[in-house]
Design a protein around this ligand. Structure first.
Ligand code: C2E
Ligand code: CA
Ligand code: CA
Ligand code: CA
Length: 278
């Protein structure tokens, strides 16, 4: 209000310039980060709502930046996508994820590991062959691997995406639509693409106890998903009250701070043992 328009424009321009410079230097850093082994793999548990058993975890990347500390993916994934660096990040994540999955104990409930795949990864025509090669190299049972795809990954180039998804399905992995409900015309994707499950975005899950609209969206997503034989994962389960409500609604799998926060992936087997013994 008090600031003259010209000054506000200048402030905005300076902020843009600073932002641009910051992004440029971060991008330079990102190019070195993969080579210098500065990426870290975290993971967050997923729990079956009926049995209470841990079904596996979702791999979440972090960047241990030498000056900025632990950088969250929201600060660098988009940059990586726009610059083409995402190919290297994804490749790093796949190797780190498979090497950990390889080391997890196999018992009565073999654990699955979910990996986030970006829309840009599908522009890479060799992505399916690459994943196939890595599964073989690490001797991973594909049934224990899930890929989480955001709706933007699906709309980007539906034809090419369908080919890639069918290729991935043929390998024997599971596919989930991530952040369900935040994109466009989600419903048609359920019919078009060979996906096994749906992750309801936390922006619908977190307010559902106070917002009848959010609750209705969650309920109808669960209903629709089950009608189409898809399993439903809720993300952002931050409280016991939310857990109870989602269990009542028939949700299959839960993920969120109430169950466990993201942790270094090396810590997961011990965390799981603690959960199962509680
Ligand atoms: P996402 O796939 O929707 O992952 C869930 C995000 O919500 C994670 O943030 C997680 O830490 C956070 N979260 C989990 N439980 C709760 C909760 O109970 N409450 C709240 N408030 N938040 C919760 P994170 O780790 O910062 O990841 C952000 C996004 O970055 C992810 O969103 C995913 O889209 C992307 N991402 C992460 N790792 C990778 C990766 O390896 N490759 C690609 N392409 N994207 C990644
Ligand atoms: Ca995800
Ligand atoms: Ca998600
Ligand atoms: Ca989300």
């Amino acid at each position: 209000h008090g600031t003259p328009v010209t000054d506000r424009v200048k402030v905005f321009a300076n902020a843009r310039a600073a932002d641009y410079a910051g992004r440029l230097s971060l991008l330079g850093d990102l190019r070195r980060a993969v080579e210098r082994n500065e990426l870290r793999l975290y993971c967050q548990p997923k729990v079956d709502m009926r049995s209470g058993k841990v079904t596996g975890a979702e791999a979440l990347v972090r960047w241990a930046h030498p000056r900025l500390g632990m950088v969250l993916p929201s600060h660098f994934i988009q940059l990586a996508e726009q610059s083409g660096m995402i190919t290297h990040v994804t490749n790093w994540v796949l190797n780190a994820a498979f090497s950990q999955l390889r080391a997890w104990p196999v018992d009565d409930t073999p654990q699955t590991l979910a990996i986030n795949i970006s829309a840009y990864d599908f522009r890479n025509p060799t992505i399916v062959r690459q994943i196939d090669n890595l599964l073989s190299a690490w001797r991973i049972d594909p049934a224990r691997v899930q890929f989480e795809l955001t709706e933007s990954a699906l709309i980007d180039d539906p034809g090419a995406t369908l080919v890639a998804l069918s290729g991935l399905k043929a390998l024997g992995v599971e596919l989930l639509i991530d952040d369900f409900g935040t994109g466009y015309s989600s419903l048609s994707y359920l019919q078009k693409f060979p996906v096994d499950g749906i992750k309801i975005d936390q922006s619908f899950v977190m307010p559902m106890l106070d917002s009848p609209d959010s609750a209705a969206i969650v309920r109808s997503t669960i209903e629709l998903g089950h009608t189409l034989s898809r399993h439903i994962v809720a993300e952002g389960v931050e409280s016991e009250a939310l857990w109870e409500r989602l269990a009542d609604e028939g949700c299959d799998v839960a993920q969120g701070y109430f169950i466990g926060e993201p942790m270094p992936i090396e810590d997961f087997p011990q965390w799981r043992a603690g959960w199962e013994a509680r």
